[in-house]
Design a protein around this ligand. Structure first.
Ligand SMILES: COc1nc(N)nc2c1ncn2[C@H]1C[C@H](O)[C@@H](COP(=O)(O)OP(=O)(O)OP(=O)(O)O)O1
Length: 158
């Protein structure tokens, strides 16, 4: 399985916590709202990949020490094994700059109450609310033949 990372940046506006997402413009997950992230490069640590991907996808500068590791997700696609992947999840509150559009996505802030779970990968609603509320996650999701619907979900053992 290949390794990916995903980073959810948070900010406070008028007493409301917001998270930075973007609708993916192309590639795997095209059309879904996603956190910033992507594949690890050869020899790269997940946190370093998160720092790089945040910059590449939004122009925001984050420091690895400011990213909180919140868990690992395993995604299995038995109908298309090449899509199976393991994702390291990070949350960050410190960053520099203003988000700008990239080839990958157009960044948008969402109040936590308005996160568009119906327009995200099917697994998101099953774990992301807990992570955005401060929790951690270690879970495995198996996707069905449609490559979009979670058919099995279980806790992963470290
Ligand atoms: C709930 O969020 C997500 N769920 C699932 N199942 N998968 C997700 C989620 N957020 C992101 N992903 C996946 C989708 C992709 O496999 C990766 C992101 O990969 P991407 O193709 O964007 O990787 P890059 O290295 O940026 O792309 P290039 O191939 O263009 O270099 O995470």
């Amino acid at each position: 399985m290949y390794q990916v990372c995903v980073c959810y940046l948070l900010r406070e506006r008028a007493g409301v916590t917001e998270v930075l997402l973007g609708r993916k413009k192309h590639g795997l997950g095209e059309g879904y709202y996603v956190g910033l992230g992507g594949k690890l490069e050869s020899g790269e640590q997940a946190v370093d990949a998160a720092v790089r991907e945040v910059f590449e996808e939004s122009g925001l500068v984050v420091v690895g020490d400011d990213l909180e590791p919140r868990g690992v997700l395993s995604y299995h696609f038995p109908s298309r094994e090449s899509w199976s992947q393991e994702s390291s999840v990070f949350v960050g509150r410190r960053f520099e700059g203003d988000p700008v559009a990239s080839d990958e996505l157009d960044p948008e802030w969402f109040a936590l109450a308005d996160v568009p779970y119906d327009e995200m990968w099917d697994d998101a609603k099953r774990w992301l609310p807990g992570v955005l509320a401060g929790g951690t996650v270690r879970r495995t999701f198996v996707f069905g033949e449609d490559l979009a619907t979670v058919v099995t979900e279980r806790s992963s053992v470290a």
